[in-house]
Design a protein around this ligand. Structure first.
Ligand SMILES: C[S@@+](CC[C@H](N)C(=O)[O-])C[C@H]1O[C@@H](n2cnc3c(N)ncnc32)[C@H](O)[C@@H]1O
Length: 298
């Protein structure tokens, strides 16, 4: 287990020490913070995050081919937008998400054709060989145990079943939306704060680690595609709003800063956003990776 936050892995060692300190023994786990964070963000998810994540949905569904009659598992189903599109194309969807608030929003969005359960993607409550395909839109960065999730998914997929998922590329060499946020945090935030031990958010973004993880879970025919997503600008405080109401990992770091540092971070985020606004742009580039992989047919 390593420590990671959205800013920089080079800070791991200091935080490993902090988190192994016995005084930190009663600290909540990364998974608990994640769950609480998504409960907190659920009411604002569709205005802050979904305008970006929804752009990946057509590509994720295209990767599965014809959806008519397919039984699709969706991991980290959020507010149900992807499931709604899949149902419209003829699939039956079972979504699982560990935020009960996300699950109720998804249930409200799709009254029929999809079932949503509150549960952990690492511990899927399904019989083996149930699903034709599985999808996960921007969930893997948030799982405490990605390898366990991959193995659990492989168990419940039918032979030959496909998994398609999206993640953010890390590091982002072009300093796009998340790159700018990291740069601001790296410059202004105190990194030596008491963050819970967490998996690296970079693991599946690294081609070698990705191949190893997917292969160990039984997946083959791994392919990757870059999706040119854009983060829509909703004024100078777009990135500030994302940290406050749309993020979990970055929020964990932000809320551990002093008020003075928080103010500096906010100011720097606005300054980083202004050139896009002044140039008349409506969004900041925010590329994503779409990964598809399949199990061996029988
Ligand atoms: C960034 S949101 C993505 C939501 C949606 N898939 C989308 O693309 O808009 C991450 C989601 O993962 C869920 N999540 C995180 N860890 C989870 C876990 N271990 N099991 C199930 N859901 C999880 C959160 O509750 C949240 O709804």
């Amino acid at each position: 287990m390593v420590i990671h936050d959205p800013v920089e892995d080079s800070q791991h060692h200091r935080r490993v020490i902090a988190c192994n300190d016995p005084t930190a023994a009663n600290q909540k786990t990364f998974a608990q913070y994640e769950q609480e964070g998504w409960q907190r963000n659920a009411p604002t998810y569709d205005t802050i995050d979904l305008p970006t994540t929804r752009q990946a949905v057509p590509s994720i569904l295209n990767a599965l081919g014809n959806l008519q009659g397919l039984h699709l598992l969706e991991l980290a189903s959020g507010t149900g937008y992807l499931a709604q599109q899949a149902v419209a194309q003829g699939a039956t969807v079972t979504g699982i998400d560990f935020s009960s608030k996300m699950v109720s929003l998804a249930q409200q969005r799709i009254p029929s054709g999809a079932t949503f359960l509150v549960g952990d993607a690492a511990n899927l409550p399904f019989e083996a060989n149930q699903f034709d395909a599985a999808v996960c839109s921007f969930g893997f960065t948030h799982f405490a145990e990605s390898q366990t999730v991959l193995q659990a998914t492989a168990r419940v997929l039918k032979p030959g079943g496909t998994l398609a998922f999206t993640i953010w590329p890390e590091p982002d060499p072009n300093n796009n939306f998340f790159g700018l946020i990291k740069q601001v945090c790296r410059t202004h935030a105190t990194m030596d704060v008491d963050l819970p031990p967490a998996p690296s958010s970079r693991a599946l973004a690294d081609p070698t680690i990705r191949k190893t993880m997917l292969t160990q879970a039984g997946f083959k025919e791994i392919s990757t595609q870059t999706l040119d997503l854009q983060w829509p600008l909703q004024g100078p405080k777009t990135m500030v709003e994302f940290i406050l109401k749309g993020s979990v990992r970055t929020h964990m770091l932000y809320e551990r800063q002093t008020r003075e540092i928080q103010a500096k971070i906010q100011e720097a985020l606005v300054a980083a956003t202004m050139p896009y606004i002044q140039a008349g742009q409506e969004s900041i580039p925010c590329p994503a990776l779409l990964v598809t992989a399949s199990l061996n047919p029988l």
